[in-house]
Design a protein around this ligand. Structure first.
Ligand SMILES: Nc1nc2c(c(=O)[nH]1)N[C@H]1C(S)=C(S)[C@@H](COP(=O)(O)O)O[C@H]1N2
Ligand SMILES: [Mo]
Length: 393
């Protein structure tokens, strides 16, 4: 793997050297190369956009939206694809920009109104695409200092800018793209250090290496080559990675603390449950992944009480009930989440008190946490202190 990556980098370097030392490549080959790269980049970008949009809808569901509870690992797959295709865009975008860079600086900069509009669209597309890729990589690396804005909102809205600019760009360039892709591939000029096929191969290899080296944070068997992944699937206490630690969330309740109560409020009555009360209720064990929006995921064996049972105890009709689950954590964006009707009565939806047969580690949400099938990690609330059950509208 490393040897392949080194060879790939050497080839890219040789290619770039030959590129700066010679005049821009012949027009046909350049247009064809740009078009081929465009197809690869466009495909990766489209998959990334759609899976990202899906993730956004799951986290902020409008009334018409419905996301199933099965298969339990579907979000793990779609979000894995989102991060994988996003990372593949890094080398593809670099290569694409390189292949057109002489034309980005043509003189005069504006020839007509149409030309000016097209250039403005390309400028917007480049800026939005770079912003997407860079902010995404920073988020996966959990490096928030360089982002003085709320990551999710910035990443989401710039995605719309990028896709809009991309559609306009495609519309304008369609004749050129069609011509470039349908005409016979010309011979590669003698003396070129690296052929077009070699260049494309190198870019594909780079995209593959970057993707695999990061994405295997999801696939345990590939963990040893996961050089770029900030999370390993089996790292962390109880062999599950931790997103936010108890200390970082300001959770002060110590393990075994007698003061803990889970307050469950429903239509007929309010329950105040000690940890021992929860443990005395019927326990169920389920195998479910934590699937973080950052692309890492890890399967755990969770044991606890069904949320449906708690809802019924407060006099709610579980067919219509929804739950607002709140953390002991006082502040922070992910301190609460909603569980809508079909998922609330799902037998796999638990207020878990154990992970891998042991009491939850404080960083995994001791004394109790929510775990439900097929949803983003941000909605799997830790350190649950209060649950409000009400009839869904
Ligand atoms: N109260 C609270 N719950 C939370 C979070 C949080 O910041 N606060 N982070 C969420 C996120 S983003 C993820 S990915 C999962 C990770 O769970 P783990 O740390 O047990 O792996 O917890 C979720 N539950
Ligand atoms: Mo997360």
């Amino acid at each position: 793997m490393v040897r392949h990556a080194c060879r790939g980098l050497t080839r890219i370097a040789a290619f770039l050297r030959s590129a700066v030392s010679r005049p821009p490549v012949a027009t046909t080959r350049s247009a064809r190369l740009t078009s081929l790269l465009g197809v690869a980049l466009g495909t990766a970008f489209l998959v990334c956009f759609l899976t990202g949009l899906l993730s956004h809808l799951i986290q902020h569901p409008p009334a018409w939206f419905w996301w199933p509870s099965r298969p339990v690992g579907l979000y793990r797959l779609t979000q894995g694809m989102h991060v994988a295709t996003g990372l593949a865009c890094v080398p593809l975008l670099g290569a694409k920009l390189w292949s057109v860079h002489p034309r980005l600086f043509v003189w005069p900069p504006v020839r007509s109104v149409v030309h000016a509009t097209e250039r403005a669209t390309v400028a917007l597309l480049v800026a939005a695409a770079l912003f997407q890729v860079v902010s995404g990589v920073f988020n996966v690396a959990r490096w928030y200092q360089p982002m003085p804005f709320f990551f999710t909102a910035g990443h989401y809205w710039s995605a719309w800018l990028a896709i809009g600019a991309l559609l306009i760009h495609l519309g304008v360039q369609l004749p050129v793209i069609r011509e470039a892709l349908t005409s016979a591939a010309p011979e590669v000029a003698a003396g070129t250090a690296l052929s077009r096929r070699g260049f494309l191969g190198t870019v594909a290899a780079a995209a593959g290496v970057v993707t695999v080296a990061t994405e295997v944070q999801t696939a345990a068997p590939l963990a040893p080559v996961s050089l770029l992944a900030p999370r390993r699937p089996r790292s962390g206490p109880q062999r599950v990675p931790v997103n936010r630690t108890a200390a970082a969330a300001g959770i002060t309740i110590a393990r075994g603390h007698e003061a803990y109560r889970l307050i469950v409020t429903g239509p007929a009555r309010t329950l105040s449950l000690r940890l021992a009360d929860l443990e005395a209720m019927a326990q169920h064990t389920v195998e479910l992944p934590i699937s973080c929006v950052e692309g890492w995921s890890s399967t755990g064996l969770w044991t606890g009480v069904r949320l449906q049972v708690l809802a019924e105890l407060t006099g709610a009709d579980p067919r219509r009930a929804e739950a607002h689950v709140e953390s002991l954590q006082a502040h922070g964006r992910y301190r609460a989440s909603m569980v809508a009707p079909p998922r609330l009565r799902d037998p796999l939806t638990l207020i878990a008190v154990r992970l891998g047969g042991e009491p939850l580690h404080p960083d995994h949400g001791w004394p109790a946490r929510l775990i439900a099938p097929n949803r983003p990690g941000v909605l799997q609330t830790k350190w649950v202190g209060a649950i409000t059950i009400r009839a869904a509208s």
